[in-house]
Design a protein around this ligand. Structure first.
Ligand code: ADP
Ligand code: MG
Length: 377
């Protein structure tokens, strides 16, 4: 099937929403995955960050739901509050004109209110694994009519700390359910583990997406104590919308406080911030209240925020995967080109170069002169 015949085979509400989106064509991962999902197969799909994996599962899923049933028919698991909310709003957008109802469940939110939402009989549930498992145990969510389970950012959901919960959820549904795994990074080991509880999955690997914008990878070297000043300078450049990552929550808090003290308001997002503060940080960043969002790797997965110009690594990612997901917040489909900046201390430089060579990325060292980024010579 060509891509336009695929789209014209969809129900009219999906075709109308497709027209509204102004998208020209399906992406590679969408074109390859959608027919398999419609066919009821289990799928493991790997495709780079920002290549449209969400719609690769959402379009066939929305197409197949029985809108007249009151059962939960599909469950989508995601690794962070922000990603759950983003997927939920994508479902609302793409189900407009239909009777489809979706509900989102995240940890930290009032469970009584969440139970109320279930009384409205959603067809699709999007959730973080911990919270969904609680609702299943309380017998508020019944899994026996669930036909499809999606693991978005699958490798992140299957890290040791979440793996048992995710397996429990999958195994609480009937054996003939369809399981779909998506990520930009799915290694062979994971494929082997997943195959134990999947039904003969088809593996799709997309290497490149033609329409993806270009991304520059650059770096600065400085003393540790000067990192913050460099970040401040980046935050002060014209038209910057940057997300800066650091693993250590304590240091991240210090950075945020120091930048605020220097009159550069920033959003702050990590697992120890309150739920309301997380919502404020992400919304403030999305709508331009903050030029900079300071975040731990909770924000490294799946977030699709319009117009991110820069991703900044304030520490060297521990592996290629971490570099890929953090950096993948810029240079997404339909956006302008992006820049990935690593700010490293002298001892960190070698580690960064090693990472870049593993990833086959050309890194250029830069310096800051008079508020502008220039070549280092
Ligand atoms: P991934 O999950 O692969 O990282 P997303 O699903 O978040 O990527 O999609 C990245 C961006 O591309 C989103 O802004 C989305 O709206 C857009 N997009 C999705 N499908 C298409 C398409 N077929 N054509 C153009 N843009 C698309
Ligand atoms: Mg995604």
């Amino acid at each position: 099937m060509t891509d336009s015949t695929l789209i014209t085979s969809f129900q009219s509400f999906l075709q109308e929403n497709w027209t509204k989106s102004n998208f020209e064509r399906l992406t590679a991962v969408q074109e390859k995955t959608i027919p398999l999902v419609l066919d009821g197969q289990d799928v493991i799909a790997e495709s780079p960050t920002g290549t449209g994996k969400t719609l690769a599962y959402l379009l066939p899923l929305l197409q197949s739901l029985d809108q007249n049933s009151i059962a939960i028919q599909a469950v989508i698991l995601a690794s962070s509050h922000e990603l759950v909310m983003q997927i939920h709003s994508e479902i609302q957008q793409w189900s407009s004109g239909s009777l489809i109802k979706s509900a989102a469940f995240i940890g930290g939110a009032n469970i009584k209110k969440q139970i109320e939402k279930l009384k409205k009989k959603p067809h699709v549930v999007v959730a973080t694994p911990g919270r969904l498992n609680e609702l299943i145990k309380m017998k508020k969510v019944k899994m026996h009519q669930v036909k499809t389970i999606v693991l978005d950012e699958a490798d992140q959901l299957l890290v040791p700390e979440h793996q048992d919960t995710v397996k429990t959820i999958i195994q609480s549904s009937l054996a003939e359910r369809q399981v779909l795994l998506f990520s930009a990074t799915l290694n062979k080991d994971l494929e082997m583990t997943a195959k134990d509880w999947m039904n003969n999955p088809t593996v799709i690997r997309v290497e490149e997406e033609a329409a993806l914008p270009e991304v520059n990878h650059i770096y600065f070297v400085c003393d540790n104590r000067d990192k913050i000043e460099l970040l401040r300078k980046i935050g002060r450049m014209d038209n910057v919308k940057g997300i800066a990552f650091m693993e250590d929550i304590g240091n991240l808090n210090v950075f945020a406080q120091k930048l605020e003290f220097k009159h550069l308001p920033v959003g702050l997002l990590h697992s120890n911030t309150k739920k309301k503060e997380r919502v404020d940080a992400i919304n403030g960043f999305r709508n331009g209240k903050y030029n900079l969002l300071l975040a731990t790797d909770v924000a490294a997965r799946g977030l699709d925020i319009k117009g991110i110009t820069h991703v900044i690594h304030l520490d060297v990612p521990k592996d290629t995967k971490q570099y890929i997901h953090r950096s993948g917040r810029t240079g997404r489909l339909g956006s302008e080109s992006g820049t990935v900046i690593s700010i490293v201390s002298y001892p960190e430089e070698a580690k960064l170069k090693k990472l870049a060579s593993k990833l086959n990325i050309e890194l250029q060292r830069k310096v800051f002169i008079k508020g502008e980024i220039r070549d280092y010579r």
